[in-house]
Design a protein. Structure first.
Length: 287
């Protein structure tokens, strides 16, 4: 356990034991379609039977997940929608680089974008984006280092972490948005060369952070879990992969099945390159 310097009202109850992750498959998802690839954000719903994903070219896809003995055995695309402006026209190339998605319990959905840094609400049925949330920290982000880690808490608070690493090894600010205002709710320690690329908040209010490191031998991924409680903050490193164990994992979703078993699902961004794969990587959580 590593004590953190955090300043956030507790969102959750106490955690008595360190969770552990147990692999539950990493199938490759393939489709011969011009829009397919570049997946950067994922949300799992319907107790593991459905997923919503977004990609670097502004495509929003809803798909069913077929399972055998709890593992993904097939993916059935249900709807493919291009993200657009509120009036309906398509987003321009620079404006369509969607990186993070977060769906609240009431169905309100948010998408974060890079290059033209912003967070927008999105209508999942039409793909239309609206109610832009201005980022007061956007001048601190590189064009390709925007908000990839986007999550929404059970109370509706939206959380965002930029991929651009602060200078001098300083912690990553965890930004929180509620009642029309941004604040820095916590500071996430930089550890090694990993940077945030995905986030989710579970039903207990804990922050799950997916991080990536690019090495000469391939991508590495890490999952850290944070109990954000100023009275007893905790940080757990639950997964650290070796190069090439998985491809370029960028999106993460934490969910529970009908029996209450918690799962973590991640998706990889192939950057629309033949040498990379789209993988849907799953782990069961044991507590």
């Amino acid at each position: 356990m590593i004590r953190l310097a955090l300043a956030l009202i507790c969102l959750c109850g106490s955690v008595l034991a360190e969770p552990s992750l147990h692999a539950n498959g990493a199938p490759r998802w393939q489709l011969d379609a011009s829009w397919f690839g570049g997946w950067s954000g994922i949300e799992i719903g319907t107790q593991g039977a459905q997923m919503t994903v977004i990609n670097d070219r502004g495509q929003l896809v809803t798909a069913s997940l077929q399972r055998a003995n709890g593992r993904i055995s097939g993916v059935g695309v249900q709807r493919v929608t291009a993200l657009g402006k509120a009036a309906g026209e398509r987003l321009g190339k620079k404006a369509s680089d969607a990186e993070g998605i977060a769906i609240a319990d009431d169905g309100t959905a948010f998408v974060s974008f890079e290059h033209r840094h912003r967070i927008m609400q999105v209508d999942l049925s039409s793909g239309r984006t609206f109610k832009r949330i201005v980022l007061p920290f956007q001048n601190k982000m590189e064009p390709n280092g925007g908000v990839e880690a986007l999550a929404v808490a059970p109370d509706g608070t939206l959380y965002a972490i930029a991929e651009t690493a602060p200078e001098g090894g300083a912690p990553f600010p965890l930004y929180a948005y509620s009642n029309g205002q941004w604040r820095i709710s916590a500071r996430i320690p930089q550890r090694d060369s990993f940077v945030p690329v995905g986030a989710d908040i579970d039903a207990k209010g804990r922050l799950w952070l997916l991080e990536r490191s690019v090495t000469p031998l391939g991508f590495r991924s890490r999952i850290r879990l944070f109990v954000i409680d100023p009275r007893a903050p905790r940080e757990y490193t639950l997964l650290t992969t070796v190069p090439t164990q998985y491809d370029n994992l960028e999106g993460i979703s934490v969910w529970s099945d009908a029996s209450g078993q918690m799962h973590v699902t991640m998706i990889s961004d192939d950057n629309f390159l033949r040498i990379l794969r789209t993988q849907i990587v799953e782990y069961r959580v044991r507590e």
